[in-house]
Structure formats: structure tokens, C-alpha cells
Design a binder for this molecule. Structure first.
Ligand code: FAD
Length: 462
């Protein structure tokens, strides 16, 4: 610590999750002298309690489904069950390897890494365990934690949040998932594949309510077929403990019993008691307010990631961290087009999208100002080989570019990279229609949807 006592860093970053460490890595690449303060584990939520462990569970779930359903493909195998300690060992192994790699990366970039809980004490100072770190610039990146509802206590045993769900060493026999957003749907999908009875309770009219309504309905159809139950437009009223677990009451009078209740009603910013308000940083509902360049109202302070009111996604945190580093490094980065950020729900089936929904496009361009096409995966060879159902839906501005791409089906998350390029380049359907897609791949469905919207459908009825 002695080397930091008299140093004024170019940038001091508070929080070493996706947003904070991406900022640190880019800033050091640009020649800045960087201090990164982290009270837990480098990598934050995404690496330790979010993206990576959940996707490992989802992969194990896919393997379980494949072995259970192998006879459909003429392969004889016996599914004997889930060995949860072994699943956790696999999941934790993935996390540990990435964690080690990230620690090595931060070290190799000569970033001063400080373990401890930090607090903002002036527009240019962070204090950690009595030590003051001075920075020409400060970046707040303290992230988010799971929220609950008023009066709903998380006891970490029968009423749990996503952090606890990742450490279970048995598969629950039944679960009520409160919240049908991305996190709720992903856990519901995992547990169903692992053999649990699952019921999702969602207050809004649809699962994954931020997605295009057609995508939500398609996911609901697929979940229904998989035997995942859900109550939509249903508000939580209360929970009581029973001998076997919990009894969850809904405002519509229904009750659902299960071994566990997973509360997945969103994540709130980590900003309380960290000195932000005292130093004069403008806040809104606990989030730090920023402009399009992640700059707060205090000239020396920027903020990134789940702490600011933008999409709560790891790659958004990466993008914001990089943007801030480049701005502080004297480059001229463009603000982020948040509509152009790809979004994936990694359930079975997956939901992936980029751009705006049909409803938003109608608001923006008028009911007659848009055109849409939905290409059914029934016409896509590879999707039939995989036995998956779903679609690729395009929304375009009439006589203009494609402004939204929405997809449902196994593995469609991998298609979002092309969708993102199409959206980002403001491509017209004709531009994409002339690109030949490899056969037989699911990417062909993206090509075919554009052929259809350009008025020349191939494997689709016109
Ligand atoms: C179950 C789950 C699944 C998810 N899946 C995906 C996914 O598939 N794809 C995706 O893009 N996103 C996913 N996310 C979201 C993603 O994890 C977050 O958007 C991302 O981690 C936000 O990064 P961040 O840096 O803003 O915050 P965080 O990752 O939360 O990092 C903040 C860091 O700051 C530290 N900190 C806080 N206060 C202090 C302090 N006072 N002093 C020092 N350090 C402090 C914390 O310890 C933490 O490490 C998922 C989230 C969850 C919960």
C-alpha cells in the first residue's frame, strides 16, 4: 500500500465488476495510472453470481434434456438424475478458471488493485480502510444486488434470491419463481430440466415483458409445452412457511405451494452510504444519474454499469467502462446506442433481440410507418434437425432500414451477432437478402426473413 500513499492516480475506480474492470483495463491500455478498488471478488456479479455460473447451469440443463430426450434422435441412453454437487463442481471450475485469468490480466496491465470497501469522500478521493486514494478522475462502478418486495423477507433457506439459488446442493422438488424476467425465466428453465416442478409468478401480462410481445408469447407456449407453469398478471400477496416449504398467495386469490420460493424481482443499485450524495452526485431512485457519456453532474466523477439506470447487462457495463476510459484518455468515443445492445434470455428455448419492438416502432413511426415479417423456424432445416420451434421476426421502418430483430428458439442467442450488425449498419432488407447464408444453419433463418421482407421469400409462403 505504501506505493499508493503519495500517488495521484489518473483514475480511481470503485468496484471491480464488469463495468469497473473493463474501465480499468482500457484506461491502463491508454497509458493511464489506474487504481481499482474491490471489496469482494474481481469480476463482480457477472463472473461470480450472474452470467457465468447461470450459463454453466443452463448448459448442464441442456445436457440433461439431451440425455432424457435422446431416443427422439434414435440414441439410446438412460437419464439417471442430477448430481448437484458435481454440477456445482463443474460450474465453480468454469468460474475459477475465468477468475484466475482475469486476476492475471489485471496484474499484467499494471493496475493497482486494492482489496477493501471503498467510500467516496471528495470529488477526487476514495477512502479504503483509512487509506485515501487520490484520482484526477473517479469512476463509480459499485453495481447492484438482488431486490425483494416490501414485507418479503429473504431467509436464504426457503425464500431465496439468485445468489442463494446458485449454491443449492440439491435439486428442489418444486419451486415458485417470483418474477418472469430474464433471471426468473433462466432459473425456471434450469430447474425444470433438472426435474423440479416450476411455477413462475409475473405481475405483468407476459414473461420477459421487455421483449416484443410475440417473443414473450412464443416463450410462454414453449414453457407451457415443457410443463413450466406460470401465473401472468398475478401480483404477489404473501408467503407463509409450511412443513414442506412455502405457500405463496397471490392477489387473485390463488395459492401455490412449493419447496422453495425464488425471488427474482429485479436488482437495485449499490449506492447507499457510500458518500455519493454527500459529495454532491445527483441520484435518482438510488441510481447515479449520468449523461450519454456516463458523466455525472460532478466534473471529476463518472459512473458505469448496473449503478446507472441503463440496461443491467454485463456487456453494457463493459461498453460503458470502455467509453469512460476513452473519454478520460482524450479520445472521442460515441455515446452508446442502447437500442443496439443485444439482449439474450438463455432459457430453453432462448429469446434474443436487438433494436426496438414492434410496439415501440409503431409509437415511433406510426401504425402505417412500419412493416414486419415473421419467419417460422419450421422452414429452417437446422432448426428442424434440432427439433426446435420459434421464429425470426423483423421490424422495419417502411421504405427504411430494419429497426428490430426478435428471435425465439434453441440456440438463437448465437444469431444475435448478425442481427446486431444488421441493426447497427441500418441495413435494408434487400441488403441482407443478397447475402448468401450457409446451409444448413440457423443463420439461414435470418437470411430468409430478410428475403421475405424484401418481397422474395424462399422457404416461406408468400
Ligand atoms: C443471475 C444473474 C444472471 C445474469 N446473467 C447475465 C447474462 O447472461 N448476461 C449479461 O450480460 N448480464 C447478466 N447478468 C447481469 C450482469 O451480471 C450485470 O449487469 C453486471 O455484473 C453489472 O456489472 P457492474 O460492474 O455494474 O456491477 P457488479 O458486477 O455488481 O460489480 C460491482 C462490484 O463492486 C463491488 N463493490 C460494491 N461496493 C463496493 C465498495 N464500497 N467498495 C469496493 N467495492 C465495492 C462489488 O463487490 C462488485 O464486485 C446477470 C445477473 C444475474 C444476477
Amino acid at each position: 500500500m505504501a506505493e499508493t500513499a503519495s500517488t495521484v492516480f489518473d483514475v480511481v475506480i470503485l468496484g471491480g465488476g464488469s463495468g469497473g474492470y473493463a474501465c480499468a483495463l482500457r484506461a491502463s491500455q491508454l497509458g493511464m495510472n489506474v487504481a481499482l478498488v474491490e471489496k469482494g471478488k474481481l469480476g463482480g456479479t457477472c463472473l461470480h453470481q450472474g452470467c457465468i455460473p447461470t450459463k454453466a447451469l443452463l448448459h448442464a440443463a441442456e445436457v440433461a434434456d439431451s440425455s432424457r430426450e435422446s431416443e427422439q434422435f434414435g440414441v439410446r441412453s438412460t437419464f439417471e438424475g442430477i448430481d448437484m454437487p458435481a454440477v456445482n463442481e463443474y460450474k465453480d471450475g468454469v468460474v475459477a478458471r475465468l477468475y484466475k485469468g482475469l486476476q492475471g490480466l489485471v496484474k499484467s496491465r499494471k493496475i493497482t488493485y486494492i482489496e477493501g470497501s471503498g467510500r467516496l469522500v471528495s470529488p477526487t478521493t476514495v477512502e479504503v480502510d483509512g487509506q485515501r486514494l487520490e484520482g484526477r478522475h473517479i469512476v463509480l462502478a459499485t453495481g447492484s444486488v438482488p431486490k425483494s418486495l416490501p414485507g418479503l423477507d429473504i431467509d436464504a433457506e426457503r425464500v431465496i434470491n439468485s445468489d442463494h439459488a446458485l449454491t443449492l446442493d440439491t435439486v428442489p422438488s418444486s419451486v415458485v419463481v417470483l418474477g418472469g424476467g430474464v433471471i426468473g425465466c433462466e432459473f425456471a428453465s434450469v430447474w425444470k430440466s433438472f426435474g423440479a416442478d416450476v411455477t413462475i409468478v409475473e405481475a405483468l401480462p407476459h414473461l420477459v415483458p421487455l421483449e416484443d410481445e410475440q417473443a414473450s408469447k412464443s416463450l410462454e407456449r414453449a414453457f407451457r409445452k415443457r410443463g413450466i407453469g406460470f401465473e401472468l398478471g398475478a401480483r404477489f400477496a404473501g408467503v407463509e412457511k409450511t412443513e414442506a416449504g412455502v405457500r405463496v398467495s397471490l392477489e387473485n386469490g390463488k395459492q401455490v405451494e412449493a419447496e422453495l420460493l425464488l425471488v427474482a424481482v429485479g436488482r437495485g443499485p449499490v449506492s447507499a452510504d457510500l458518500g455519493y450524495e454527500e459529495v454532491g452526485v445527483e441520484m435518482e431512485r438510488g441510481f447515479v444519474k449520468v449523461d450519454g457519456y456516463c458523466q455525472t453532474n460532478v466534473a471529476t466523477i463518472s459512473a458505469v454499469g448496473d449503478l446507472i439506470p441503463t440496461l443491467q447487462l454485463a456487456h453494457v457495463g463493459f461498453g460503458e467502462g470502455i467509453l469512460v476510459a476513452e473519454r478520460l484518455g482524450g479520445l472521442d468515443p460515441a455515446p452508446i446506442d442502447y437500442d443496439g445492445v443485444p439482449r439474450v434470455t438463455y432459457s430453453e428455448p432462448e429469446v434474443a433481440s436487438v433494436g426496438i419492438t414492434e410496439a415501440k416502432a409503431k409509437e415511433k413511426y406510426g401504425d402505417d410507418g412500419i412493416a414486419t415479417v415473421t419467419y417460422d423456424l419450421a422452414g429452417n432445416g437446422k432448426s428442424q434437425i434440432l427439433k426446435t420451434a420459434g421464429f425470426v421476426k423483423l421490424v422495419r421502418q417502411k421504405d427504411g432500414p430494419v429497426v428490430g430483430i426478435h428471435m425465439v428458439g434453441s440456440r438463437v442467442g448465437e444469431l444475435v451477432a448478425e442481427a446486431q450488425l444488421i441493426y447497427g449498419w441500418e441495413a435494408y432488407p434487400d441488403d441482407v437478402a443478397q447475402l448468401i447464408h450457409a446451409h444448413p444453419t440457423q443463420t439461414e433463418a435470418v437470411g430468409e426473413a430478410h428475403l421475405a421482407l424484401a418481397g422474395k421469400p424462399l422457404h416461406a409462403h408468400s
